[in-house]
Design a protein around this ligand. Structure first.
Ligand code: HEC
Ligand code: HEC
Ligand code: HEC
Ligand code: HEC
Ligand code: HEC
Length: 468
């Protein structure tokens, strides 16, 4: 029977090739799998090869075997009685000619294997690179790529957060990836790409490879500059003492208390995670507190365990609000504060929707120039350079945050840190979120920060701190 089986999978060229393909793929899968089990971190895309591409080749090989057999049987049936069925050529190693060619064939195969493994290795590295992820599907990922390049994680590859190391996460994320390639090419992907990502790998395996939840201790002073929309663009200062907190020996406090590995916070929300319906907090000793919003639907939505990205949902793709961006540009001197009403006028032009980055630059520049020409002719002539520079800064801001081609506008991707760009912390820290005995999740202003100054001109506290 074994002889029959071996015969049937090698009897004709197609089946023979299929057998070789399947066998080679399976041997490679098994050896790559063992190498990864032994701790070799080949990176995310080694997994795609091991668990996606090679298995597909193996399946193609297996399908070729019966096809070859069918074709062979048809040939047998068609051959007139008495004639020999055309078989494979005879392979005789006693023949010197055959021996020579066999040696050459083996040598070429070895060289091929070496070249192919080198190419695969380089290919895997390339696929892991930010250029590949950000630019391979250029127009689609352009916004994420731009925001990533401007953020604190520009040196962390896309795969570093979206796939992570190890072998177990690929199958899922890469099956999605294969579908993404198809949908990009057929133009089926949604615009804008929906957020949140429901199958992002848990932060434990990504963020926590570089940041430890036990590393946050104490308070952090944050000074924020805003500018009023008056003629003088008056500078206002907000100073917060943020209780960044975290695990400190056996206790945890403050903002990073949520990610203390000793306890768990779960919540039920709608798909967008903007509306949170109920929150369940399990303490280290197992006691459970259950908070719910009375107005929330009793059923539906989805449960999720809280981790870093429930607050840091924009660590790499941090699209800013127009107000913050204009304030930052003024604080950095990119927009000259001595231009009258420059804050108000910048806000007026930058919140419009333009069909492209080029249009935005052209129209904003024209608007700004004509505003000064009409209302402040002196300024228009004496500070023409400053007006031009302000227009350029506004164009850059627009190009970094708004992507008309992907339908990304100022309010598409909101940041959950704080409570200004979106409800953020207030999704849970609200009076409405209560236990059965009406205990609420703290929402007084001092829970998360001490507001040392709020939009003040020259706040005294900062003079005290700087010893002036
Ligand atoms: C520091 C970690 C990190 C890096 C590096 C990173 N991302 Fe993200 N990415 C995230 C997080 C977190 C989210 C949003 C998760 C959520 O809210 O569900 C996200 C969301 C996305 C989304 C969905 C749209 C959106 O903005 O919510 C896309 C597409 C994306 N990333 C592509 C990329 C590309 C392309 C790169 C490389 C150029 C990259 N990411 C690098 C962490 C990262
Ligand atoms: C490969 C290492 C690495 C990974 C993975 C990583 N980070 Fe970072 N992260 C860094 C480094 C390095 C910095 C400091 C950058 C700097 O100071 O300019 C940083 C800075 C930050 C900051 C401070 C940003 C700021 O504006 O000052 C936050 C918040 C942060 N990371 C959150 C996250 C979150 C959330 C994730 C997971 C989605 C994550 N990081 C994944 C390396 C990493
Ligand atoms: C409850 C919301 C929340 C969670 C959960 C959270 N963070 Fe933060 N994190 C914050 C806030 C708020 C700040 C301060 C932001 C600022 O400075 O503007 C911060 C600051 C940081 C910083 C900069 C800290 C510094 O001292 O400069 C890093 C890095 C960071 N977080 C990483 C993480 C990582 C990694 C996780 C998951 C293990 C995490 N965070 C979970 C809210 C959170
Ligand atoms: C998914 C719900 C949820 C979100 C979102 C959330 N928190 Fe909390 N937070 C909680 C719960 C639950 C508690 C604990 C309440 C209790 O003590 O029973 C808590 C407690 C805290 C505490 C007190 C910790 C201590 O020292 O005991 C601080 C500070 C805090 N949160 C800050 C923040 C900040 C800042 C944000 C936004 C960046 C935020 N939280 C977002 C659920 C949330
Ligand atoms: C659950 C935590 C939490 C509570 C409660 C809270 N805040 Fe905040 N607040 C934050 C965080 C986090 C930030 C963001 C800091 C940053 O920009 O990174 C912030 C930012 C601010 C800012 C600066 C905004 C800006 O960009 O200029 C002000 C002002 C402020 N809070 C005032 C208040 C006041 C007043 C209350 C009480 C009504 C309050 N907050 C309650 C967490 C909280």
């Amino acid at each position: 029977m074994l002889k029959n089986f071996l015969g049937s999978i090698t009897r004709n060229a197609t089946s023979l090739a299929g057998t070789a393909l399947a066998l080679a793929s399976i041997i490679l899968i098994v050896s790559l799998f063992f190498i990864q089990q032994m701790g070799f971190e080949g990176g995310p895309y080694l997994g795609i090869l091991t668990f996606l591409i090679l298995p597909m080749l193996a399946i193609v090989g297996l399908i070729m075997i019966p096809i070859g057999n069918l074709m062979w049987r048809r040939k047998v049936r068609k051959t007139p009685e008495g004639e020999n069925v055309p078989a494979l050529p005879v392979f005789d190693l006693n023949n010197e000619h055959t021996r020579k060619w066999t040696l050459i064939f083996v040598a070429i195969t070895v060289v091929n294997v070496v070249i192919l493994s080198g190419a695969t290795y380089t290919g895997i590295h390339y696929m892991e690179s930010t250029e590949f992820c950000g630019l391979a599907c250029h127009s689609v990922m352009h916004p994420e790529h731009t925001a990533h390049a401007l953020g604190p994680h520009s040196r962390v590859s896309c795969a570093g957060c979206h796939i992570g190391p190890g072998a177990d996460w690929f199958v899922k994320s890469k099956l999605d990836g294969a579908w993404q390639l198809v949908s990009v090419n057929l133009g089926l992907y949604p615009k804008p790409i929906p957020t949140p990502l429901h199958d992002l790998r848990p932060a434990r395996d990504t963020c926590e490879q570089c940041h430890w939840p036990t590393k946050f201790v104490g308070d952090r002073l944050k000074v924020i500059k805003h500018y009023r929309d008056d003629e003088a663009n008056t500078e206002l200062t907000t100073a917060l003492l943020l209780k960044v907190g975290g695990v400190n020996l056996t206790e945890s406090h403050g903002i990073h208390w949520h990610v203390d590995p000793e306890h768990e916070i779960r919540y039920r929300s709608d798909e967008t995670r903007e509306e949170i319906y109920e929150v369940e907090f399990t303490a280290a000793d197992g006691t459970l507190k259950h908070y719910a919003d009375r107005r929330a639907p009793e059923e539906g939505g989805m449960w999720r365990t809280m981790d870093c990205v429930d607050c840091h949902n924009r660590p790499a793709h941090n699209y800013q609000s127009p107000g913050n961006e204009v304030d930052r540009a003024i604080a950095q001197g990119l927009i000259d504060r001595s231009l009258p009403f420059v804050k108000r006028e910048s806000m007026r032009v930058i919140q419009e929707q333009y069909p492209s980055h080029e249009d935005a630059r052209a129209v904003m520049s024209a608007e700004l120039t004509s505003f000064y020409a009409e209302n402040y002719p002196d300024v228009a002539s004496s500070q023409a350079d400053a007006i031009g520079a302000a227009a350029t800064a506004l164009g850059d801001i627009y190009a970094a945050n708004v992507f008309p081609g992907m339908e990304i506008w100022w309010d598409t991707y909101l940041n959950h840190i704080g409570h200004t760009q979106s409800a953020g912390c207030e999704r849970c820290h609200t009076r409405r979120m209560r236990t059965e005995d009406r205990e609420q999740i703290d929402s007084d202003c001092e829970t998360c920060h001490v507001v040392l100054a709020e939009e003040e001109e020259n706040p005294q506290i900062l003079s005290v701190l700087s010893g002036e």
